[in-house]
Design a protein around this ligand. Structure first.
Ligand SMILES: *[C@@H]1O[C@H](CO)[C@@H](O)[C@H](O)[C@H]1NC(C)=O
Ligand SMILES: *[C@@H]1O[C@H](CO)[C@@H](O)[C@H](O)[C@H]1NC(C)=O
Ligand SMILES: *[C@@H]1O[C@H](CO)[C@@H](O)[C@H](O)[C@H]1NC(C)=O
Ligand SMILES: *[C@@H]1O[C@H](CO)[C@@H](O)[C@H](O)[C@H]1NC(C)=O
Length: 560
């Protein structure tokens, strides 16, 4: 395992002035692991991306969008478990830029996570090469621009990880594998939206929803009658949960953010901001065009948009009737649907946390963390907070400051483990935790809006969710058998959601609201998963090509 890693760590060394030093280090690391060196190295996939502004018309109005190689959404990434992805991102915008990888675990490598707490922004006119390995993962994910409010302008794309060739997948290969990236959209551009938030105001209600960058009927997916298709559905929007349905067809759920699920059928499915699902759809109806509908959930008014499911022998005349309606504000319906999503324990595939938390129900968490969201007004401005702390970024990425022991950037333990009550305050909040701890986190939502929480670097078990206030007695209702492992969980209004996480990935990891206004205004913090051992087996050293900024500007990533 470690031997195969050598390729990543050393691949760029030859061109470096410190090549000799780097190679010596690499060899030292590899020696104890020679047994596995005989295995073929995991494949590399290379991408060269140019990020520019360009005209887009998602809601029929011309806007300036963020394009990648001229595309909106950006180019899809298709990988196989354990592939190395070498993604050279050229920033041709007039402002700093970073991409992040929603749900990709970056094992031992938070250096590649592409958020402000781990990476220096790519300056305008410069480039940075991400070196990721999609280690032990399968499933459906997406990438997105993490800085400022860029996500409102595009810059996102699909990322799928296929199983390795000899690993059985619990369903026959689909006739095609389609991606649906949908979400709410604003006609105001990202700089205007950001200015509203900076001024202490909230975002307006979205102007609409888009599917793969287009509005009503703008996208179509062609199917052959009688065949079965996979649709990978992600909510890449900013603020709204959506419900998706395929007129006249049912969806068989097969995968949630890397977990193969019990294959239950659904006539419609709720997808909260930041979440990804895979469904199978069999083209078993009369050949014609059908609506694919995405509509906002828990809002009044409801906004909706459509794409077209087109039978290849159906005449392409457009769907004859109106799009079917769906659930709107019913919360119990959504909660029951969420609880019905469970792991298929007999399906093969890479497990999260191979160290043993697969039997997560047999392990007693060593620590309980309760995280309550709130919406305090601080210094006269609307902010959002976790346990009373509204995150403000530091002038230096926290991971970088940690590596160089630069004092005064952040303090581990600067956010409490439980809700504090009272108002809110601004802080660069970092929670301390130990490598290999097994913890329980309760997300507590006393507000009347839905929350969507994401943890970078991890896949966690969603053991329970319910209305009301969580208490230790709530544990009696946990699913300790077949909960799905995923990286984004919703918390219903005036409700809680509980997760178990094995902290087996050393690094500095962003814990954030996937509601982008809340994230931007402070509903996030970093979890520092720390190992005192300081070994490359636990965490990679700073990448040779890392950009350095703030108080780390001018440092070296390798000794001379
Ligand atoms: C990126 O695209 C812009 C606009 O087309 C072009 O001027 C620039 O040279 C490109 N940069 C790279 C690195 O390809
Ligand atoms: C920038 O791109 C060039 C090739 O276009 C590449 O050689 C170089 O390594 C890249 N720089 C970084 C920091 O990734
Ligand atoms: C679970 O996976 C197994 C093995 O691939 C498959 O045969 C079975 O149909 C799946 N069960 C359900 C309920 O989805
Ligand atoms: C956004 O729109 C404003 C006008 O409302 C304009 O001044 C600004 O340049 C635009 N920004 C971008 C990135 O298009």
């Amino acid at each position: 395992m470690g031997g195969r890693r050598r390729g990543i760590l050393c691949s760029g060394s030859a061109s470096s002035p410190s090549a000799a030093a780097a190679l010596i280090l690499c060899c030292c690391v590899a020696v104890p692991l020679l047994v596995s060196v005989a295995e073929a190295e995991d494949p590399y996939r290379f991408f060269t991306w140019n990020v520019t502004y360009g005209d887009i018309w998602p809601l029929g109005v011309k806007q300036q969008g963020i394009l990648i190689n001229g595309m909106f959404p950006g180019p899809p990434i298709e990988a196989v478990t354990n592939d190395n992805l070498i993604i050279n991102v050229h920033n041709s915008l007039a402002e700093p830029f970073l991409l992040s990888w929603n749900g990709i675990q970056q094992r031992r490598n938070s250096w590649q996570d592409g958020v402000l707490g781990t990476n220096c922004p790519i300056p305008p006119g410069r480039n940075f090469t991400y070196i990721l390995q999609v280690k032990d993962q399968i499933g459906s994910y997406f990438y997105f621009p993490s800085l400022a409010f860029h996500k409102a302008a595009g810059g996102f794309g699909g990322l799928r990880i296929l199983s390795r060739p000899r690993i059985p997948v619990p369903f026959p290969p689909p006739a095609a594998d389609y991606t649906i990236l949908a979400g709410d959209w604003f006609k105001a551009n990202h700089t205007d939206l950001k200015a509203l938030l900076d001024n202490g105001q909230d975002l307006p209600f979205p102007d609409g929803l888009v599917i793969n960058g287009r509005g009503l009927g703008g996208t179509s997916f062609t199917v052959d009658q009688g065949k079965t298709y996979r649709f990978r559905i992600s909510n890449v929007g900013l603020t709204q949960s959506f419900n998706i349905r395929f007129e006249g067809h049912t969806m068989k759920l097969v995968e949630v953010e890397g977990s193969h699920t019990l294959q239950s059928s659904y006539s419609n499915l709720d997808v909260h901001v930041g979440q990804s699902y895979s469904v199978l759809l069999t083209a078993d109806q009369l050949p014609r065009d059908y609506h694919i509908v995405v509509s906002s959930r828990f809002t009044s008014p409801v906004i909706a948009t459509t794409a077209v499911l087109r039978y290849s022998n159906g005449g392409a005349a457009g769907p004859p009737g109106p799009p079917p309606g769906g659930p709107t504000i019913q919360i119990d319906y959504s909660l029951n649907q969420a609880r019905s999503i469970r792991w298929n324990l007999t399906a093969s595939g890479p497990r999260p946390n191979p160290q043993g938390s697969y039997h997560y129900g047999l392990i007693t968490p060593g620590r309980t963390i309760r995280l309550a969201n709130s919406a305090p007004v601080i210094n006269g401005k609307q902010r959002y907070a976790v346990n009373g702390v509204s995150f403000v970024p530091a002038d230096t990425p926290l991971k970088v400051a940690d590596f160089y022991n630069i004092p005064g950037v952040f303090t581990p333990g600067s956010i409490p483990d439980s809700p504090s009550g009272g108002g809110g305050y601004l802080k660069t909040s970092v929670m301390a935790s130990n490598f290999r701890d097994f913890i329980e986190i309760i997300f507590e939502n006393s507000e009347d809006t839905l929350q969507s929480w994401h943890i970078d670097g991890y896949s966690f078990f969603v053991v329970g969710m319910d209305g009301g206030q969580w208490s230790p007695a709530s544990r009696a209702g946990y699913n300790l058998r077949d909960a799905v492992a995923r990286s984004t969980v919703q918390v219903y209004p005036r409700s809680w959601s509980a997760i178990y996480v094995a902290l087996d990935n050393v690094g500095m990891w962003n814990v954030r609201s996937e509601n982008w206004a809340r994230q931007y205004l402070g509903q996030q913090f970093y979890l520092r998963v720390y190992s005192p051992v300081n070994s490359w087996r636990d965490e990679y050293p700073i990448p040779k090509n890392a950009l350095l900024c703030g108080r780390a500007a001018g440092r070296r990533t390798r000794p001379l």
